[in-house]
Design a protein around this ligand. Structure first.
Ligand code: G1P
Length: 296
């Protein structure tokens, strides 16, 4: 623990402006973040993970056609009144989990799809001058405690910026941001010495990828403000983290949990199966059905 405790992380940013073209036609009208894993939208898992981590304010960077996300985290007055009249208390409880406290959710639009870095920058005024968490909801992480809670504990011990990392097969590193590690603090926590976004496989400094969970200092916004487009012609968050790396500490945190990349069809299907099997209410019934399908 440093002499002075790091400032509390109170806010989380969810970039949810992406078009979800990989899931057409499902995402023609429905935002990809509203696709369900079992019976809950992908974005709700991310919000619940943030609540578990002690986050108090939820910032959604949305875009055109994403109104369903805003509605999902609002009070559905008619629905709740009808459920109440019918005595459906269990269903009302389920809906309560979709309602942040009054004033605890903010929505800002990214008007143009200029990249993840640009999406995060769009949240600058709502985040203000304080450290914040950033969750990419597509990366669904099954962990107990959740990945963000683990990361905030690490941040509380080390300060600086914390980036969740995990090992992937070498041939997949070109799909992600990749980190190089320096000093080891403990089994899970290391300093970051270099980062590169979407490297060529042969140029990747390691097989440790950035997994879509971050705790960042507000100075990142100064870097993002002037960030030039990078990989894929997009304004990349990783490039601004590289710019901040010479001024601030960055820690890689090897979280305990399993990632399902729900931006990808196979990852999304795997998430549905894994989360269904893990659910005490449906897992035991689902397992024999799955076994049967597998052995056909
Ligand atoms: C983004 C980040 C990348 C990270 C990835 C995780 O890339 O830029 O560093 O590894 O998320 O999903 P994107 O998936 O937006 O291309």
């Amino acid at each position: 623990m440093s002499a002075k405790s790091p400032r509390k992380v109170r806010k989380v940013v969810f970039p949810v402006a992406g078009l979800g073209t990989r899931f057409l036609p499902a995402t023609k009208v429905i935002p990809k973040e509203m696709l369900t894993v079992v019976d809950k939208p992908v974005i709700q898992y991310a919000v619940e993970e943030a609540i578990e981590a002690g986050i108090e304010h939820f910032i959604f960077v949305t875009g055109r056609g994403k109104n369903a996300i805003e509605d999902h985290f609002d009070l559905a007055y008619e629905l709740e009144a009808t459920l109440k009249a019918r005595g459906k208390t269990a269903e009302i409880e389920i809906l309560k989990a979709t309602r942040p406290l009054f004033g605890a959710a903010s929505f800002v639009r990214q008007q143009e799809p200029l990249g993840l870095g640009h999406a995060v920058w769009c949240a600058r005024d709502i985040v203000g001058d304080e450290p914040f968490a950033l969750t990419l909801p597509d990366m669904l992480i099954h962990g107990k405690p959740g990945c963000l809670a683990q990361m905030i504990e690490t941040y509380n011990n080390h300060g600086g910026n914390v980036v969740a990392v995990e090992q992937v097969p070498h041939e997949h590193v070109n799909r992600y941001g990749v980190v190089a590690l320096g000093k080891t603090f403990n089994e899970r926590t290391h300093s970051i010495t270099a980062m590169v976004e979407k490297p060529k496989i042969e140029d990747a400094p390691s097989d440790l990828i950035i997994s879509g969970r971050y705790v960042l200092q507000p100075e990142i916004f100064e870097k993002l403000a002037t960030q030039k487009p990078g990989a894929g012609g997009e304004i990349q968050l990783t490039d601004s983290m590289i710019a901040l790396l010479s001024e601030q500490d960055f820690f890689a945190y090897k979280f305990d949990g399993k990632t399902y990349d729900c931006g990808d069809k196979i990852g999304y299907l795997a998430a549905n199966v894994a989360y269904a099997l893990d659910r005490p209410d449906i897992g035991p019934q689902f397992r024999p059905v799955l076994d049967d399908l597998m052995h056909k």
